[in-house]
Design a protein around this ligand. Structure first.
Ligand SMILES: CC(C)(COP(=O)(O)OP(=O)(O)OC[C@H]1O[C@@H](n2cnc3c(N)ncnc32)[C@H](O)[C@@H]1OP(=O)(O)O)[C@@H](O)C(=O)NCCC(=O)NCCS
Length: 95
């Protein structure tokens, strides 16, 4: 195993979420993170727990690798921060 993505469906906000995502340090920068996130987006676009419009996540502003990865795959900062001072990012589930 080189890493994992932990996802959830937030019933209250009716939104799919990337909760944790981690690629082992020795395997970073090899495309696994991007490939895994693409698979998760494809899966969410089957709406396994119900039809919603978007995916949400949060990322610390010092985590440049994370921010770049998420922006590359279409996530946009909303301008909000969560209780841990992480930036809130949203991506449409429209194909
Ligand atoms: C963030 C993380 C998941 C990215 O996974 P990865 O497999 O290393 O990323 P990939 O090789 O698929 O690269 C995807 C994109 O991420 C960005 N990226 C990856 N490593 C980067 C680095 N060291 N610096 C800057 N950008 C980086 C790039 O934009 C890259 O796209 P590009 O190569 O086309 O420019 C991984 O670095 C990680 O697990 N970090 C520690 C945990 C973490 O920060 N998780 C996210 C919490 S929000």
């Amino acid at each position: 195993m080189v890493g994992y993505v932990l996802t959830l469906f937030d019933k209250e906000d009716e939104m799919y979420c990337i909760w944790h995502m981690m690629i082992d340090a020795e395997n970073q920068g090899l495309g696994y993170g991007k490939a895994a996130l693409k698979l998760v987006i494809d899966y969410f676009q089957t709406f396994p727990f119900g039809k919603t419009e978007s995916i949400g996540l949060t990322c610390h502003e010092e985590n440049q690798a994370g921010l770049r990865l998420y922006r590359k795959l279409g996530f946009k900062e909303t301008g909000e921060k969560d209780e841990d001072n992480e930036r809130v990012m949203i991506r449409s589930l429209a194909k």
